[in-house]
Design a protein around this ligand. Structure first.
Ligand SMILES: Nc1nc2c(ncn2[C@@H]2O[C@H](COP(=O)(O)OP(=O)(O)OP(=O)(O)O)[C@@H](O)[C@H]2O)c(=O)[nH]1
Ligand SMILES: [Mg+2]
Length: 469
């Protein structure tokens, strides 16, 4: 497989398994099978670049007592790619540093975790990273060597033992590779063999060589692991998709069956109604044409034609309500006409007007007419578009067809209308109650004022009586 094809495949898989993007990128590196990669990780100024220079035997990477390495740089030597990475100090580091650290994690086969001896035990951030690296070793087989650097800065061997013990409490069983890049350099420059030995660098080189020899096996293990995990996840995803597709298909089938049943039932019902109406009619007045003198008169013919049209509209309304319940409403776009009101399935199949008995009979009371309705409405049901939704995927907008359960939508709509009507009627009832209460209040006041008037009237009568006496 060409590298372009591989990249395309990884890209395709990442678009469905975005959380696996990192593993896929790692897989591409593994499949490339270039020289083993050794990287340094650790806090800044802990002597990472100096250590690499000693291991390489040349000053390949910049060293300084300031924050020096800010991005990844690499050198190939002795069949190994050596990767210098920025310090682990997210609080001072920029996003570039974090990017570089992620890249180092991705590219490396062996990590040298560098911790300066004078700092004592590991801080929380180092401990977290070391724990993560250890978990990664268990999972992928990638090794981490712990390097206790700048040990020349400790006063004596006892201090070194104390720090070793403290770190062992933090990471039990960890192997410390105590080194001093400075001693190594001095030993080299001055040809002092003892100093070279004491620098710990030769011992680290031996340990590193042993790990490098294991890289091909580790890579094979990691490749198998990642491919296996990704394949399993793809299979799970595919199974889940198939299940939901199956559910969708079953739902669609059930909807179609429900539609077929409802259509047959409504055709039976309206045909029965129309048949009964036609049978009840006596003489056929509709076929008698109107004359000019009948222009403004209500003739028996006009009346019958109106009755037939009403019966026909009635049947159409019943069929239309059933169709709407199943989402069959408008015509497909390619069948649209300029007159919007004509773009409905109902009108396309039935037309707008019927005025004669023979037409009603042909349409509703003959088997061929009923079969035609069943066939044509079913045709529109089958061709009815499902809603297409757009969502944003890893690669931008993705179009997906979503099946819509029109039966449920229709039921929900009917429920909403019913609730609305109920609330309107209860609102009206409340207003009535309020008016009645007001009326009663008025009546009570009227009664009260009548009583007062009555009292006044009685007084008046008594007065008149006494005056007349
Ligand atoms: N005494 C002593 N000093 C060292 C040793 N190794 C490195 N140094 C000094 O420590 C300082 C930092 O060394 P670097 O190798 O640049 O450290 P680093 O971890 O790469 O630093 P950043 O790139 O900034 O993350 C420099 O001044 C080095 O000279 C050592 O073994 N002993
Ligand atoms: Mg550096």
């Amino acid at each position: 497989m060409s590298s372009k094809l591989r990249e395309q495949a990884a890209h395709d898989v990442a678009s469905v398994l975005p959380e696996r993007a990192h593993d896929l990128a790692r897989l591409l590196i593994l499949i490339d099978d270039s020289e083993p990669v050794v990287t340094v990780v650790g806090k800044y100024n802990h002597g990472k670049s100096s250590l690499l220079n000693e291991l390489l035997g040349r000053d390949a990477f910049a060293v300084s007592d300031r924050r020096e390495t800010v991005r990844l740089s690499d050198r190939v030597r002795q069949g190994v790619r050596w990767l210098d990475a920025p310090g682990l100090d997210a609080d001072v580091g920029s996003e570039d540093d974090r990017e570089a650290l992620r890249a180092a994690w991705l590219k490396s086969d062996i990590r040298l975790f560098v911790h300066a001896a004078k700092e004592g035990e590991l801080d929380a951030k180092e401990l977290t990273l070391l724990t993560e690296l250890d978990a990664d070793r268990v999972r992928t087989g990638r090794q981490t060597l712990f390097v206790l650097s700048q040990v020349d800065q400790l006063p004596d061997a006892a201090a070194l033992r104390n720090i070793g013990a403290a770190i062992d409490r933090q990471m039990p069983g960890i192997t410390l590779n105590a080194v001093s890049s400075m001693r190594h350099r001095k030993g080299l420059d001055g040809g002092k063999k003892l100093l070279l030995e004491k620098s710990g660098i030769p011992a680290l080189q031996t340990a590193l060589r042993a790990e490098l020899a294991r890289v091909p096996d580790a890579r094979a293990h990691e490749t198998t692991l990642l491919i296996g995990e990704i394949r399993d996840e793809m299979r799970r995803l595919r199974a889940a998709r198939l299940t939901s597709l199956e559910i969708l298909r079953t739902a669609q089938q059930q909807q179609k069956q429900a539609f077929d049943r409802s259509l047959a039932a409504v055709i039976d019902k309206v045909s029965g109604d129309i048949g009964a109406m036609l049978n009840a009619l006596g003489t056929d007045h509709a076929i008698v044409p109107d004359t000019a003198k009948d222009a403004y008169a209500i003739t028996a013919g006009k009346l019958e034609r109106a009755r037939i049209q009403i019966a026909y509209s009635h049947a159409c309304i019943e069929i239309d309500a059933m169709l709407a319940g199943h989402g069959v409403i408008g015509l497909p776009a390619e069948q649209h006409t300029a007159a919007k009101s004509l773009n409905s399935v109902m009108i396309a199949v039935m037309g707008v007007s019927v005025k004669f008995r023979k037409d009603l009979r042909r349409m509703f009371c003959e088997a061929t007419g009923r079969e035609r309705m069943q066939r044509e409405f079913t045709h529109y049901y089958a061709g009815f578009d499902d809603i297409v939704v757009e969502r944003t995927g890893a690669d931008g907008p993705v179009r997906e067809v979503a099946g819509v359960d029109y039966g449920r939508l229709h039921a929900a709509l009917s429920r909403a209308i019913r609730e609305c009507v109920l609330s309107l009627s209860s609102h009206a009832e409340q207003r009535c109650r309020a008016s009645i209460a007001q009326l009663m209040k008025l009546a009570r006041r009227l009664e009260a004022s009548l009583a007062t008037h009555e009292e006044g009237l009685l007084d008046l009568k008594a007065q008149v009586r006494s005056e007349s006496v």
